[in-house]
Design a protein around this ligand. Structure first.
Ligand code: AR6
Length: 168
């Protein structure tokens, strides 16, 4: 059965799934935006676990437990800082989605949610990022048939509309 793709508007830290994805920084040091919300909800053990991972290069992904979250795992990935689009940003953003899904599949994750990686502090234009996100997830899921559901978790109503249009 093909995986179900959907978009919702929610605080990703509240979702009850096998995994949620975090838009982190390369030091895995915690921060603002979705990263801050996830660290606050997961509790201080998450920062401790992240310190032990020794960072994560842009485009790659790392896994931790979910600690106080309802999600079992957190998959941390680092989006590119938007510099106009000619510095490899689309390839790096696509790598975030591919590497996160690959790590999810390796841990038997069936249902997971992504935030709109890179589109806050890192400045990636939402329309472009959403296209790359949806296309990359669609393509990558062909290789991972254990994944049943992927949710694009949007923070604003406007972002949700963009994702819903791409998925519709
Ligand atoms: N749930 C879902 N989405 C959220 C939430 C939330 N609770 N909070 C924000 N968003 P950003 P980035 C949306 O800035 O651009 C951090 O400081 C937000 O509206 O969180 O990849 C890290 O430590 C936007 O659409 O991540 C890094 O230093 C999307 O999540 C840096 O920001 C991503 O915005 C990463 O920047």
């Amino acid at each position: 059965m093909p995986a179900k793709l959907s978009a919702i508007r929610a605080d990703i830290a509240t979702l009850s799934l096998d995994a949620i994805v975090n838009a982190a920084n390369s030091a895995l040091a915690g921060g603002g935006g979705v990263d801050g919300a996830i660290h606050r909800a997961a509790g201080p053990e998450l920062a401790q676990a992240c310190r032990q991972l020794g960072g994560c290069p842009t485009g790659e992904a790392r896994l931790t437990e979910g600690y106080n979250l309802r999600a079992r795992y957190i998959i941390h990935t680092v989006g590119p800082v938007w510099k106009g689009g000619n510095c490899g940003e689309p390839q790096l953003l696509a790598a975030c989605y591919r590497n996160a899904l690959s790590l999810a599949a390796a841990h038997d994750v069936r249902r997971l949610a992504f935030p709109s990686i890179g589109t806050g502090v890192y400045g990636y234009p939402l329309d472009l990022a959403a296209k790359t996100a949806v296309n990359t997830v669609r393509e990558t899921l062909r290789d991972f048939d254990g994944i049943e559901e992927v949710i694009f978790c949007c923070f604003s109503a406007g972002d949700l509309q963009v994702y819903q249009r791409l998925l519709g």
